[in-house]
Write a protein that binds this ligand. Structure first.
Ligand code: FE2
Ligand code: FE2
Length: 296
């Protein structure tokens, strides 16, 4: 059994119903307010509707979202996201992004896991929520969290040594079972892709785990642009694909709203990039004007 899924990211759905201004002023007036004002112009939830419609048209089995589903990790935003995802006509897998743990309080309360845990069901090595493994026959999705609260205006990520140890073991086991391993992580894992203060701080340690245990594909979001490249694996390069924001209003590739459809079956993998063009998503592999990022 293979899997045909749609990878999208950074949908940043906004819902401030019932949220008083104090709620975000008390956290970070700088980040919070600017972010909300700017985001209304940069993201359009109608594109998420179009993305869902495209997933139906393209006959995908599953929607995979690699984090930043909210903006300020407010309860109203999570309620909105949970409601939207539960009402979709196809199953969904999610992992958190830095915006989903925007405040220390939201991380401490495990708000993401509390509202969206139903989309992260799977096998785990221990009680720790990450990594989780969803088994689809030939294919295993491995959900990693790099989401941590950060200082104002920072957007760094961290997997942490304990989760990396578990990730190594999970990847080793899945390789033994002959699975195609698709690792999901919010932050870019190739050197030089993330902007300053947006990086995965333990990128090198993550790279060492992949170099040793391997993976068949790594998918990420966070920089709101399409990225194609690879990192080192034990038997050759491991492809790394980043996707733009699924709700971006930006018009030009690689920043236009986008998603990639993957079809993985019997040891083979095909991918199709779709980007927003005028009024809808359209096949866009040729529109990708970025050159692939070389492995470090
Ligand atoms: Fe984002
Ligand atoms: Fe992000």
């Amino acid at each position: 059994m293979g899997l045909r899924f749609l990878h999208a990211s950074d949908i940043h759905l906004l819902d401030l119903t019932g949220v008083g201004p104090l709620r975000y002023f008390n956290k970070r007036a700088t980040g919070g307010l600017n972010l909300l004002l700017g985001r209304r112009k940069r993201h359009d939830e109608d594109r998420f509707d179009a993305l869902v419609e495209a997933s139906r048209r393209l006959g995908v089995d599953r929607l995979v979202l690699t984090g930043d589903l909210t903006n300020l990790a407010l309860e109203s935003e999570f309620e909105h996201v949970a409601r939207r995802l539960s009402s979709l006509p196809l199953p969904v897998t999610v992992i958190p992004g830095n915006h989903d743990t925007y405040t220390r309080g939201s991380a401490r309360a495990r708000r993401f896991e509390r509202y969206l845990g139903g989309f992260m069901e799977g096998e785990r090595l221990s009680d720790a929520p990450y990594p989780f493994v969803q088994d689809y026959g030939d294919v295993a999705l491995v959900g990693v969290s790099s989401a941590v609260p950060t200082r104002p205006l920072w957007a760094t990520g961290r997997v942490g040594p304990d989760q990396l140890t578990r990730l190594a073991e999970v990847l080793r086991r899945l390789r033994g079972e002959g699975k195609m391993r698709v690792v999901l992580i919010h932050h870019p894992v190739m050197e030089g892709v993330a902007r300053p203060r947006h990086e995965l701080v333990d990128l090198d340690a993550f790279g060492r785990v992949i170099a040793q245990e391997g993976a068949e594909l790594v998918l990420h979001g966070h920089e709101h642009k399409v990225v194609r490249g690879h990192i080192e694996g034990p038997e050759g390069p491991v492809p790394v694909h980043g996707i733009s924001s699924g709700t971006a209003v930006a018009a030009a590739a690689p920043y236009a709203a986008g998603f990639t459809v993957y079809e993985i079956e019997g040891g083979t993998m095909r991918s199709e990039l779709h980007l927003w063009q005028d009024t809808d998503f359209a096949r866009a592999d040729a529109r990708l004007a970025v050159s692939p990022v070389a492995a470090p």
